[in-house]
Write a protein that binds this ligand. Structure first.
Ligand code: ATP
Ligand code: MG
Length: 428
């Protein structure tokens, strides 16, 4: 019985006969008596050479790209092959031969819509699958960081009654006789859990019925949200800095091959403290660049990118006008019109983190809820934290897809998402 190995482990088996199980990624005939294959097994790619005297040659030579195969053969190191190793097949078996139409499915000039329709095939590609594999790594690095920092992971509900980011981007769900919503963020629940577990986090889907089409908005995205008790604004910003540093450091340590595949040569571990601009300072910056933003107005996406691309490194925007921010933001002690909010902007993408300090005073949070005309009964579970042992606390949300988009320098968030959801896109 041959040893079944994963392609990612192949370097350990040079000189040995092994078996790999996967799919024909590429095939090329070399004269009449030899086939070159690139075989993919989900962990990697490897070149396979098949001579016509090998058992199964006939079968393989008649099958198409994406055929499922089992190959047994000897592993050799091959510096000329882009994959570094080669298997000289001794025996091949076709499990399923694929179809000739595979060649028509995707073309180098396929439109974005075709690529999205056939996303299930696109993800078999070298780059698309590398993005998914990197996403898995990123999630590990985030969990690693949280474990190091002593946070506990929880899983809040997705179907909720309370809106936390305003009504405009809510997805309603028919909930028997009531209307519920898909959660826009798990933050409110994380706050409610603080007195039970101390510092907590979740990595969970958030849903936003975003009408605008941008390079960084999905309707359903993966959201890392830490929430920390007994902290001040400075502590929160430092925690976010360490979070980013950990991610970049671990990526450089482990994922250099993926970075190379995407041509990312300039990823550097950012140094603390990151650059910070208050909202007011940001307006001055824009003025110096000849861009006028009326005080109080939102800094829109393209402007954010202009700012962060100018500095070429992660930048915190802090202390926003309170009226721009959700009801739960704590205000600055010396200036009630300023919210203790922070966004982290990174080059090419813009915002990847948004968060801040939460209002921890019972009377103030009730007042804010009344201002947004919320039904106080629906928020009792939330405001009770302020009633029974409130403490200064804060947290943030980090978009997983946006972070992948940044690290791998992807052009669009759709390339960082397994099966993206946009307006008018529900398949696959
Ligand atoms: P934006 O201004 O870009 O719409 P936001 O201010 O609405 O972002 P937050 O509510 O602060 O974002 O959410 C926290 C984080 O979640 C963001 O920094 C971002 O990384 C991510 N995020 C928010 N909305 C989306 C979305 N529609 N698609 C993908 N990621 C998102
Ligand atoms: Mg938004």
């Amino acid at each position: 019985m041959e040893k079944v190995v994963r392609i990612s482990q192949i370097e350990k088996y040079v000189g040995e006969s092994v078996q790999i199980r996967g799919w024909i990624h590429l095939r090329r005939e070399h004269g009449k008596h030899m086939l070159f294959l690139v075989v993919r097994d989900g962990t990697g790619f490897i070149q396979v050479v098949l001579r016509d005297n090998v058992k199964g040659y006939e079968e393989v030579s008649k099958s198409y790209r994406e055929a499922a195969v089992i190959i047994t053969g000897n592993v050799t190191e091959d510096k000329r092959s882009p994959y570094g190793y080669e298997i000289r097949a001794e025996c091949a078996k076709v499990i399923s031969p694929s179809q000739p139409t595979i060649e028509e499915e995707l073309q180098p000039d396929s439109s974005v819509d075709v690529l999205l329709d056939k996303r299930h095939l696109v993800i078999r590609g070298e780059k698309a699958s590398a993005v998914l594999r990197y996403t898995d790594k990123l999630l590990r690095y985030i969990r690693e960081f949280c474990v190091e920092k002593g946070l506990t992971e929880v899983v809040p509900p997705i179907i909720t009654k309370a809106a936390c980011e305003g009504g405009a981007t809510l997805f309603p769900v028919k909930y028997f006789d009531e209307t519920a919503y898909l959660t826009q963020s798990s933050q409110l629940y994380l706050e409610a859990v603080l007195p039970a577990l101390g510092n907590v986090y979740c990595i969970q889907k958030s849903f936003r019925a975003e009408q605008h089409r941008t390079r960084r908005h999905l309707l359903e995205y993966y959201h890392f949200e830490p929430e920390l008790a007994f902290i001040d604004f400075e502590d929160l910003i430092r925690f976010a800095e360490e979070n980013i540093i950990h991610i970049v450091k671990r990526t450089l340590e482990e994922d250099y091959k993926i970075l190379e595949l995407f041509g990312v040569e300039d990823l550097e571990v950012p140094r603390q403290p990151f650059k910070r601009l208050t909202y007011a300072e940001a307006l001055d910056f824009f003025k110096s660049m000849g861009v006028v933003i009326e005080p109080g107005m939102d800094i829109e996406e393209s402007k954010e990118r202009m700012l962060v691309d100018h500095f070429g490194e992660p930048v915190f925007l802090i202390e926003f006008p309170a009226e721009q921010k959700a009801f739960y933001f704590k205000r600055k002690e010396t200036d009630g019109s300023v919210a203790l909010a922070m966004d982290l902007l990174v080059p090419t993408v813009g915002e990847i983190i948004g968060g801040g300090m939460r209002e921890d005073d019972y009377d103030k949070i009730i007042l804010r809820l009344k201002e947004i005309k919320a039904n106080l009964d629906d928020y009792r579970w939330y405001t009770d934290f302020r009633k029974y042992g409130s403490v200064p606390h804060g947290g943030y949300g980090l978009g997983i897809e946006r972070t992948v988009e940044w690290i791998l320098r992807l052009e669009h968030i759709r390339d960082a998402t397994l099966f993206p959801r946009f307006v008018n896109r529900l398949l696959p």
